[in-house]
Design a protein. Structure first.
Length: 261
């Protein structure tokens, strides 16, 4: 009897471990349709591919095939790399993402574990735009404007949302990329930032009996904006997940009654 119970526990443990490995290495693209009453209709729709927390993973060609030709821009939400990841792997991942659309990047805490000056030079060589407390503005053929803002790593107090706002067009539809979601605590109503894209928490990564220190990734109304927290694509420390599967995002933004898809 006791050996039967032990056997069941061993088999159950192996199956659970396989599930955790599977969730950690999924190549999932979650599609969201977000509508805002004040989104400038002259843009029609804008589609963003968002990926964060790549860490040690090599981006699968399956991901590229799913979104290539469908996105207007790619945003990397920080932790592209970490200590021990080769620069050749980082470069290969960036070249894959560049097949989709122009690439924009915000710094995460783990990105500073490597030679960040060399990483910055790699971005420059490959034409990846780094949003380090800066913004870039897009203009439609009717003169409407959309601004993409990015802040540096909040955990090291490198973030300067005020500078990013100064760099953005005041009368524009504003999207903010920040590796750490707590940047929302600094977003005021008068900033008129309509959407924040973030990662960092890995959605809790491993939920035991449904519990983890961090909530699972989601889109929600939060403080004075709409917030996306991604589970992220990779992992750190242990390559396992439970209840917070690896994910990337394809966000379709357009005008309409507010809806968080």
């Amino acid at each position: 009897m006791i050996w039967g119970i032990i056997g069941l526990l061993v088999v159950g443990g192996i199956l659970l471990l396989l599930l955790m490995v599977k969730e950690a290495f999924l190549n999932k693209v979650v599609e969201h349709e977000l509508t805002f009453p004040d989104f400038p209709d002259s843009f029609g729709k804008v589609t963003i591919f968002f990926i964060s927390d790549i860490h040690r993973r090599v981006i699968s060609d399956l991901i590229i095939q799913k979104v290539k030709g469908r996105a207007d821009l790619v945003i990397i939400g920080g932790d592209l790399t970490e200590k021990g990841v080769s620069f050749s792997q980082v470069k290969d991942n960036l070249l894959k993402l560049k097949q989709i659309a122009p690439v924009y990047f915000v710094w995460g805490n783990n990105d500073y574990e490597v030679d960040f000056r060399k990483l910055d030079a790699t971005f420059l060589d490959l034409g990846v735009k780094v949003l380090d407390n800066t913004a870039v503005t897009f203009e439609s053929d009717r003169g409407d404007k959309l601004s993409l803002l990015g802040v540096d790593d909040c955990s090291q107090e490198r973030d300067r949302l005020d500078l990013a706002l100064l760099d953005a067009e005041e009368n524009s539809f504003k999207i903010l990329a920040s590796h750490i979601p707590t940047i929302t605590e600094k977003v005021l109503p008068e900033h008129n930032i309509r959407l924040v894209l973030s990662g960092h928490t890995h959605g809790g990564q491993i939920h035991i009996l449904g519990y983890s220190p961090f909530e699972k990734g989601k889109i929600k109304k939060h403080y004075n904006t709409v917030l996306l927290i991604s589970n992220g694509y990779g992992t750190t420390t242990v390559p396992l997940r439970l209840g917070a599967p690896a994910e990337t995002h394809l966000l379709i933004l357009k005008q309409g009654p507010e809806k968080l898809g």
